[in-house]
Structure formats: structure tokens, C-alpha cells
Write a protein that binds this ligand. Sequence first.
Ligand code: KDG
Length: 339
Amino acid sequence: IVLPGILVLSACGNNSDSNTTASSANDGIKERTIKTGIGNSEAHPQGQGMNKFKELVEEKSGGKMKVQNFFDATLGDDLKMTEALQAGTQEVTTPSTSPLVGMVPEYGMLDFPFVFNTEKEADAILDGKVGKQLLERLPEQGLVGLGYWENGFRQLTNSKHAVKTAEDFKGLKVRTMQNEVHLDAFEKLGANPTPMAFSEVFTALESGTVDGQENPMPTIVTQKYNEVQSHLSLTKHVYTPFVFLVSKKFWDGLSEEEQKIMREAAEEAGKFQRDLNRSENEKAIKELEKAGMKINEVSDQEREKMKEIIKPVNDKFAEKIGANLVDEMMTELAKVRGK
Ligand code: KDG
């Protein structure tokens, strides 16, 4: 007779009051299964990071909490999986922040091209106050964010020609993520951007629906885009992170001890994932060259020109997102750069 009451209490637990009877009755570690999903393959550093997360959660919980990883978008693409977290039918996903701008518009500021120059700068922003403020926007969307993993600096591939200058973008049909900033930026450069979910990209490149796509090196290699793309241009035009998301419905039902295990595992696996991603970056260029891709650098001078062309896009979205938060990011960045 008492049980249904407790169930109702925890089901209504999407407020921040965690000192309810429901959660104190829920101490310790229970047998649980945590279903995770990502779009990338198991071989990708993101997949390896999920395997590390599984290992850590299972170890820290003495085998009581089990993690079941799904790769290659078998549970759906970033947006679909994030919606499954909101509905409470999936526990974890680590999507790019870019397709989440419909839920948390502030994430759009990480999509500004040419904002970060180095991974160190990205780490400082994401692990610092700005990154934290963005994570704080998630609970009202039914999501809990446990920090950032690395997707990385995005590079352009295409089947037409080398992209060395801003002019070279003209007329290229490029798949982008489902994100307004990316769409507008590519349009400004004269390209024809086509937003598309990740799992559709290979086929779209193969069939010629689009000429090119942009992703960090580990993704280009593990998705074997070189089989359907002849040119790789090291544009390094934007750094996009992954955000480690947990379903709030699931999170609110966890004891403090279980939450601690999840937090620590996400953080430790995240460090491992970032390191692996960074070492894969260099290896990937050599591998793709060997596989016959034509690879070109883009000079700093040309990147500067691209940045100038795109500037109105960043300015427009900064206003939409809220100049304060964007200013805070720029001030923090200046500090990291020692300026
Ligand atoms: O697993 C991550 C992918 O689902 C996706 O986020 C990768 O950057 C990506 C893209 O281009 O969609």
C-alpha cells in the first residue's frame, strides 16, 4: 500500500529537492543497467571512452551497476538519443553539443567558427565557469551533464577540389550538423550547406547527394570517409565538444553513492578519451595520406580571411544567445592566451 506513494514521489522528483523520503530510502548501490549510445564506432576514441566508462562504473560499483554500450547510432542519432534520455528510455549519451541548440540555445556559442585555437583553450572554457554555466542549463531540459569529452577541431573533406582559400568553398555542397550557426557560416563562405544526421553522412557522400562533410580526424578515419572523398583540407574551422549526458529521470532515482560513481567514471573516462583523441589526430593524417587522400594545409592568413567573412554570423548569434555569456567566454579566452 505504501509502495505506490513512494513511486509517485520519485516520479515527481524532477525538482531539485533531493532530500525526499524517496531518495533516502534509496541509499547504497542497487543492481542497475545503464544503456548508453553514441553515433561513432567502437574504434573511435569516443567509443573507447565509453568502454572505459563501463569498466570504471562496473568496477566502482562492485559489478552491481552494469553498462551496456551501443555504437554506430544503433539507438539513433544524437538528437533522437537525447530525446530518449528526456523520456527516460535511455540512460546515457555523449552527443556533440551542436545539435542540442534547439534545447539549450547557449550551446550555439561553442559553434562559432575560429573561436578556439588550441585544445588547451577549449579545455579552459569547457572545464571552467562558462562550461559549468552551460551544464546548468541542462536539468530544465530533463538532462544532467557530467562534463565535456572531446570531438575536436573539424576539418573539411570533399570529392571536388582542395580547399585552400575562402574562395574554394564556393558552390561546394557540404553536410553540416543540424545547427544554425554552422549553416549560416557555410552559407557566408558561399558553400551550399545541407544539415543531416550523422548516420546518413557516408551514404550521402557516396551517392553524391553532398560533395563534402566536416568532422575531426578520428571520425574521418573511423568512418572511412576517405573511401568516398578525395580531398582533405585542414581548415580547423571550429572546435566542437561532446557533452556527457545522463537522463534526469534516471539520475534522480540514484542514491548519492551511485551518482558519485557515475560522476567519477564520466570524468576519469573523459580524461582518457581526450588524451586518446589527441594522439589519434596525428596518426590519422598519416593514415589517410597513405590511403591516397590528397591533404592540404590552410595558411593562418587564409584562416584569418575566412574568420573575417564569418564574423557577422558570430555577431548575430552572440546577440541572440546573450552577449554577457559570450563576453565572459572571450574574457576567459584572453586570460588563457595571456592577453
Ligand atoms: O557519436 C557522435 C556522433 O553522433 C556525432 O556527434 C558526430 O560530430 C558529429 C557529427 O558530425 O554529427
